[in-house]
Unconditional design. Structure first.
Lengths: 478, 1065
């Protein structure tokens, strides 16, 4: 019997030693398929692409701004043209694109770069400034979409319940950051190089112009709420912003999926026919015989015809987005010379010292746009000579003149067109008869925030005056 | 652990035997009919020496010639047999109806008499299991075990959600563990997250479907943690123990052949109004606005054309006198080319697409055994064709098992199972163009005849669809020709699996077995998905390959020793090493295909993106021990302890213990013998089970999207992993009462349980402003408590006729007791702004979305006559948990004829239907085309007395009287909050019906070589007796997983009728 016990004990010890031997099983828990370290440039580039996608897309789950500003309307499924934001959780998707896909990666790019001691100090400084400018850009889009948003404590997984910062306070900080970035740019060195994505030559010089242009845009949006500050910002920024025909900050899309212009995916690759020109827009550009029409739209029976905004509009009966918009590698535009010139025109009207006359800036803006889309200098001259276009004779006050033309020039830049329209209050857009809300001047907060960050959501909703699409942003005084 | 070892060693020493002139006695224990009685106790009277019989009733024992053997087995009268001089004895036991008890296979494949168990276990016999011969063993369990909730996707070969006693884990795996012959079998589900969310994709089923139902000898379901603690981590959700057949004495051959046919159940599919046709209302150009208006025939006059670009049925009123051009007028191979046809409802609505499902199954098994061992060999082939065209799943199952007694002490056994599954044309799921149910339930033109679509596709194999991009265009706009979808955009898949084990059993002493076992479960699967050139979706071919392997190494010491005559002891000391490796790779063409119908990666239109790879390795090392004491068959005490060390937890936090203690008290032994009380047992147990983290939960990596023209991209992943994770723990308490009366004619088993799962490892959905989608944390305390009741009875039992009833009933109440600093955990988010949540203080699975505005309980209607609803979407609008589930099965036997039927009930629980959300909006359902309160067509213009008045009150509380137009969206999502589409998911179903006839032995004996001939007729899902969810099966689930309560593009239930012939030689 004894020997059995001995056997048994040996066996038991065998078991114990097998399972508790010193090998480190924790090492098995590593992922051989993914990197644990990446370059800051790669993180920066990915974030930049995500933001370009979000503002360029016409996907009904994400980028419905062309519909809100009534440049386009939908053919069969007219929900988004009627401001249904909930069914497809559009605010959630737009919010996610900026926080998790863009700002988080920029934040990480900054951390990785700060810990990197092998990069030349000047280059590193330029790169950090580029990361910061894109981060300011992304934050400004969020503020311009929602109003108060989480900012000071955001992008940190230790803070699960982020307070929403006051939108105006965020703006003040964004301007401060842009000023610091401008001071840090050093043209004697490069920055991200080919990963900067926005400019293919004169990298840092162009980045300074881009940064000033962005500052200019943020400045002019403050004009109604805080004119004195706005004036300072605008006059400072105007001097360094885009000043030459054809200048713009763009995202260069590829001809190879999945990095094509997202517009191509929805207009061409999907095989769907969801969008036609809206009569609100098409009727107006018809009335001014805009030379950009052949680039903006196709014709139906030789004419440009828009579907009744917000009502279903059979694709065959109405003008479709033009061929240029179907190009796989059509660049996404963050800001361009036209927009800068419109802002300068407004600044002149407000009596701020940015040089030139309102009419010159207005003409430059329109001419730049016409040439960008493929029109000629002659067409621009003819167009500007029309009494309903000419700055001296066109209808309305400066807000209306600039607003109507900026609406046209910011075709295919739905988000920026929406921002400009809310700022200038022209064109005066009327919601479709069965719209689910009044004209949306912001997005409602994401459903996720209602569920996952309830207390802060409630506080923010009450701070901005109610979480409705009709609640005006802090800068949208009128 | 060392201390535990010491304890066991001491125990062994204390029970050391005295030996004296002993010799070996071998024997066999049989029942009154000569059949072997396994696991009978054979004890030498007056000593502690004893053994148990093996599978075939044999035993060996050393005994003195003057010894007397006491032979006991539950269900039989004990007998005393003097050994005498013979070295072999055969003992025939008389059955004891007073004490008939079943043998239950418990954790680690240990067989116990049910009466000894101090925890809840329920067995299902193969007859019960395979009564209707479903190819998937997991679905066959539905309604047969109390506390087991099964939900199945109605797709062909779809996955099954198997949850015991409610969901314990907030976001992790809640599926019961399947164990075959002591070896855990992987039951992974490889469906994509999009598929789980209802966004499209295929349901590839789960891997437990690889178990051969014909090879099953018994199924025991161990529900609570005390029963399963020895299995370690994976058993915290309960275990389904499957024991496969062992060879029977002599040689046996069984041949089974069956065929079944299935028809869709019309009560679970959409019905179509037949008054109005295609369109979203007016505005299409014709004078009435309902038709496109263009000169088709060139006569200079505009003609009416059906709005072919539209996928709704809010169009013109049908009128047989109105001649219009339909979709087929523009296709030159069509008989209606350039011809008009009357404007009428289709003769064949989409239900005409459902074909008759046909399944065949054939199996043969050969087995045999002798003193030296046994073997078995089986082959089964199942072929199932579904109700959707071009769908087929073939399954080949081969199993081999053998055992050989190498010496009187050493037995070697092996079991090998191979399964080959070939799938073709599984049904698309979710909100997707490949799910025709989404098309037909939500977006359909009632004038489209699905048979004409079929003819058109078959004629030229082109995508000639009713839903043209433009009048006369031959390319699709939103929906493909449904037959194109089925025949051109099909998937194929396959899985080849091998699982089995080899083991050596060394009988070191009468009371000690040493078992060493190596088991392997490995499979390779592939899934190919296609989207043909010319479809709505961009053309594409993708290939997914996954390999899985799991090794289990076990060494186990089994002690079986009586300490005194009255005090029995069984002990286990063992160790287990489990290694699991999973590798997968998903490759896909990029930006379309170039050559039509060539489905290969080289046919990519653009350079391919890098494939998506997943590689995980896991190891869990465990040691365990158990000690089971029995006192006079009156009191039973089981103690178990296990320690696991897991590779997926961080060092320092990676080992954890599972203690359990169970006490059983057979109180009927103490009561005076009565005629009415046969048996009574009270049991109580407590256990704590640990659980480890999924692989790769402790460290963050970066995502690397495809670079853009040479510029590399990288991104922070969406989940913040946690380097400080701790194991999660489930604490469970259970108490139960089992009683049987009148010689087991009536009995019940009632259980109350309470389980708390704490420190759950949860990927917590977080506000995206954190920069992440999820953060992995240890959190929460979910409590499940419930009652399970099984009642059995035999109201009638005569020589020729018997009637038995089994009732299972259970209710589970779960509650989120604590969450880490939050009050709501989002489990899933869906289209429509719907989320399913775990809310603090409420049951797990709260459906939230937008709701009506109420005034004094009445829905508020605005000044325009439409419902007002919340602009926020965080209102509780439902709860997915049923109040209770239950089933009743009846078996009526008359001589050799047996009739069985099973009725299955779920009461309560809610479900959100995206099919109704859209289907009511687009006007294809009959509700949208009824007469209104004035007796007029509600779709008529308001000016003509049409329109409807929504029930509700105005803001000032007065009844609503404002009439609104009945148009696109009136009944659907557009003008109604999410709450309007939440339905009660209760049902009562006639789940199974079978009629079996066994040829009487008197007949069989004349027809050599048969030992038995059984003929059966079966039916599954024949009748949904009651339900509240319109046009769909409330039992249908998106997939297995935690997200339940949302239905989209649901397939109808299938009524299956079958016939089966079983021959035993």
């Amino acid at each position: 019997m004894k020997k059995y016990i001995i056997y048994g004990s040996f066996a038991a010890m065998g078991i114990l030693s097998t399972v508790s031997c010193t090998k480190n099983i924790t090492d098995l828990n590593t992922d051989p398929t993914k990197p644990a370290a990446v370059s800051s440039a790669a993180l920066y580039a990915s974030a930049t692409k995500e933001m370009a996608d979000a503002i360029t897309s016409t996907n009904v789950n994400l980028g419905i701004f062309r519909l809100i500003v009534q440049q386009w309307t939908e053919t069969t499924y007219i929900d988004e043209s009627n401001y249904n934001l909930v069914t497809r959780t559009i605010p959630d998707n737009f919010w996610d694109a900026f926080y998790t896909d863009a700002l988080m990666d920029l934040n990480e790019a900054k951390k990785v770069l700060e810990a990197d001691n092998n990069t030349d100090a000047t280059v590193k400084k330029n790169m950090l400034a580029q990361i910061d400018v894109m981060s300011v850009y992304g934050t400004s889009v969020l503020v311009n979409t929602f109003g108060n948003v989480p900012y000071s404590s955001s992008l940190n997984s230790d803070n699960l319940f982020n307070k929403y910062d006051d939108a105006h306070t965020i703006y003040t900080d964004l301007i401060k950051r842009l000023n610091a970035d401008l001071a840090n740019f050093d043209e004697s060195a490069t920055g991200m190089g080919s990963s900067n994505m926005l400019f293919s030559s004169n990298e840092i010089a162009n980045w300074k112009k881009f940064t000033n242009s962005l500052k200019l845009r943020l400045g002019i949006l403050l004009a109604d709420v805080d004119p004195a500050t706005a004036q300072t910002i605008v006059t400072e920024a105007s001097a360094g912003a885009f000043d030459t025909q054809g200048e713009y900050a763009k995202f260069p899309y590829s001809t190879i999926p999945p990095n094509t212009n997202p517009l191509w995916e929805d207009l061409v690759q999907s095989g769907r026919q969801d969008f036609v020109g809206s009569n609100t827009f098409v009727d107006y550009i018809n009335s001014v015989e805009d030379p950009r029409r052949p680039f903006y739209f196709t014709t139906i029976g030789g004419i440009y015809k828009g579907g009744t905004n917000g009502l279903k509009s059979p694709y065959a009966n109405f003008s479709h987005p033009g061929a240029l918009l179907e190009k796989k590698d059509l660049p996404g535009v963050f800001i361009d010379y036209s927009e800068v010139e419109f802002i300068r025109a407004e600044a002149v009207e407000r009596g701020w010292a940015v040089g030139g006359t309102a009419a010159t800036h207005y003409n430059n803006a329109i001419t730049n746009s016409i040439l960008y889309w493929g029109g000629t200098q002659e067409e621009a001259l003819t167009y500007l000579a029309r009494t309903d276009v000419n700055y001296l004779t066109a209808a309305g006050d400066w807000k209306q003149k600039i607003g109507m033309q900026e609406w046209i020039a910011l075709y295919n830049r739905g988000f920026d067109a929406w921002t400009a329209q809310r700022h200038l209050d022209y064109p005066q857009l009327v919601p479709p008869p069965k719209a689910q809300s009044g004209y949306p001047v912001r997005f409602t907060y994401p459903i996720e925030e209602q569920n996952l960050n309830t207390a802060n959501y409630d506080e923010a909703a009450s701070a901005i005056g109610g979480d409705a699409a009709e609640t005006k942003l802090f800068w949208d005084k009128f | 652990m060392k201390r535990a070892l010491l304890f066991f060693t001491m125990l062994m020493v204390s029970v050391t035997l005295t030996y004296a002139q002993q010799r070996q006695v071998t024997g066999k224990v049989t029942g009154p009919d000569g059949s072997p009685v396994p696991f009978a106790t054979v004890q030498i009277k007056g000593t502690n020496t004893g053994t148990t019989t093996d599978q075939d009733g044999f035993f060996k024992l050393n005994a003195k010639p003057d010894a007397v053997l006491i032979v006991r087995s539950v269900g039989y009268v004990s007998q005393n047999i003097p050994v005498g001089t013979s070295s072999t004895v055969t003992i025939a036991l008389k059955s004891d109806d007073q004490n008939l008890q079943e043998v239950v296979v418990t954790a680690l494949n240990v067989r116990r008499n049910k009466n000894e168990l101090a925890y809840s276990a329920q067995t299902v016999t193969p007859e019960e299991l395979n009564r209707t011969r479903d190819v998937n063993i997991t679905t066959s369990l539905a309604g047969k075990v109390s506390g087991l909730e099964i939900r199945k996707n109605n797709t062909l070969g779809g996955s099954t959600n198997i949850v015991l006693r409610g969901a314990k884990s907030l976001t992790g795996n809640n599926q019961a563990l399947f164990v075959v012959d002591g070896v855990p079998i992987d039951n992974s589900n490889t469906n994509t997250t999009d598929q789980l969310k209802g966004l499209g994709g295929y349901d590839y089923g789960n891997a437990a479907a690889d178990i051969n139902p014909d090879d099953v000898e018994s199924v025991s379901v161990l529900k609570g943690a005390a029963a399963t603690a020895l299995y370690g981590s994976r058993a915290s959700n309960g275990v389904v123990m499957i024991t496969t057949k062992k060879g029977s004495r002599g040689l046996g051959v069984t041949f089974n052949t069956g065929v079944n046919v299935g028809k869709y159940d019309p009560s679970t599919f959409a019905k179509y109004q037949n008054k109005y046709g295609a369109g979203y209302g007016t505005g299409y150009g014709s004078p009435d606005g309902y038709f496109y208006y263009t000169d088709v025939n060139g006569d200079g006059v505009d003609d009416r054309v059906v709005p072919v670009t539209e996928d709704a049925s809010y169009g013109g009123k049908f009128d047989p006198n109105l001649q219009v051009y339909h979709w087929d007028a523009f296709y030159d191979k069509s008989p209606y080319y350039m011809k008009t046809r009357p404007w009428v409802a289709a003769s064949n609505n989409p239900s005409a697409m459902f074909e008759t499902a046909v399944g065949t199954n054939n199996s043969i098994s050969i087995d045999g055994s002798s003193d030296k061992g046994y073997f078995k060999l089986g082959y089964s082939k199942f072929i199932d064709k579904g109700i959707m065209p071009n769908s087929r799943i073939a399954k080949d199952l081969i199993n081999f098992g053998a055992s050989y007694n190498l010496s009187s002490k050493l037995t070697a056994s092996a079991s090998v199972n191979s399964t080959i599954i070939d799938g073709l044309g599984r049904y698309g799921t979710g909100y997707d163009s490949k799910n025709l149910m989404t098309n037909m339930r939500q977006w359909w033109e009632t004038n489209v005849d699905v048979k004409e679509q079929k003819e058109m596709y078959l004629a030229e194999k082109r995508n000639i669809t009713w839903n043209q991009a433009d009048v006369g265009a031959l390319n699709p706009i939103f929906w493909d020709n449904p037959y194109w979808t089925r025949y051109e955009n099909y998937e194929t898949d396959g899985r080849t699996r091998h699982f089995g084990n080899i083991s050596l059993n060394y009988k070191a002493a009468d009371w000690l077995d040493v078992i060493g076992r190596v088991s392997l479960d490995t499979y390779n699967e592939h899934q190919e998905e296609r989207s043909a050139i010319g479809s709505i979706d961009p053309s594409k071919y993708s290939e997914f390959k996954r390999s899985f392997s799991e090794y289990n190494y076990d060494l186990m010491l089994n002690f079986n020793k009586n300490i005194t005559q009255d005090l029995t002891f069984k002990g286990i000391l063992g160790g287990n090493v489990r290694q699991t490796n999973v590798n997968s790779i998903l490759s896909s063409t990029n930006g379309g295909l170039l050559i039509p119908r060539l489905y290969a990666l080289l046919n990519t239109a653009n350079p391919m993106e890098a494939p998506t790879q997943i590689a995980t390795r896991e190891e869990v090392d465990g040691v365990y021990g158990s000690a089971d004491f029995g006192f006079k068959e009156l009191l039973f005490l089981d103690l178990t302890l296990r320690r696991d060390q897991s590779s997926t937890l961080p060092k320092g936090n990676n080992s954890y213990y599972y203690p359990s203690a169970s006490l059983g008290f057979v109180f009927s032994k103490l009561l005076p013998q009565t005629t009415w009380l046969t048996n009574g047992k009270l049991r109580v147990n407590w256990a704590q089970v640990g659980n480890t983290a999924p692989a790769l939960y402790t460290r963050n990596y970066y995502d690397v999207p495809t670079g853009i023209d040479g510029v590399p991209l990288a991104s922070v992943g969406g989940t913040k992993y946690n380097p400080d994770l701790k194991p999660e723990k489930t604490k469970s308490f259970e108490t139960g009462l089992e009683m049987s009366f009148f010689g087991n004619r009536l009995g019940f088993d009632a259980t109350y349980y309470k389980q708390n799962t704490v420190d759950q490892i949860v990927p917590l959905p977080v506000s995206r402003s954190t920069g992440y989608d999820y953060k992995v944390i240890n959190a929460g305390d979910i409590q499940n408590q419930g009652i399970e009741l099984s009642v059995f009875g035999t109201p009638i039992k005569t020589k020729d006729f018997s009637w038995t009833i089994n009732v299972n009933w259970s209710r589970n109440r779960n509650k989120v007791v604590s969450l880490p600093g939050i009050d709501k955990l989002q489990l899933g988010d869906y289209q429509g702004g719907i989320t399913v949540n775990a809310v603090l203080g409420q049951p797990y699975g709260t459906i939230t979305g937008s709701d009506f505005i109420y005034k004094d309980g009445q829905k508020v209607v605005d000044a325009d006559g439409y419902y007002e609803f919340t602009n926020t979407s965080n209102h509780t609008i439902g709860n997915v948990n049923p109040d209770w589930i239950g089933s009743i099965s009846n078996t009526l036997k008359y001589k050799n004829l047996a009739l069985s039927f099973l009725v299955d009930v779920r009461h309560g629980g809610d479900m959100f239907s995206l099919d109704m959300y859209y289907g009511l909006a687009t006007g294809l359902l009959p509700e949208t085309a009824q007469l209104n309160d004035l007796g007029n067509e509600s779709r008529a213009p308001l000016s003509e007395g049409g329109g409807i008045v929504l029930p509700g009150v105005t803001e000032d509380g007065k009844p609503n009287t404002t009439r609104i137009a009945n148009e696109y969206g009136t009944y659907g999502y557009y003008y109604n909050p999410d709450k309007a589409f939440v339905y009660d998911a209760s049902y009562i179903k006639l789940r199974e019906l079978s009629l079996t006839y066994s040829l009487p032995t008197s007949v069989i004996s004349h027809i050599n070589p048969f030992k038995g001939v059984d003929i059966s007729l079966t039916g599954r899902n024949l009748w949904i007796i009651h339900k509240n969810l319109p046009y769909a099966d409330p039992d249908d689930a998106l997939s297995s997983g935690n997200s339940q309560g949302f239905t989209v593009g649901a397939y109808p239930a299938v009524r299956t009728f079958g016939a089966n012939l079983r021959l035993r030689f």
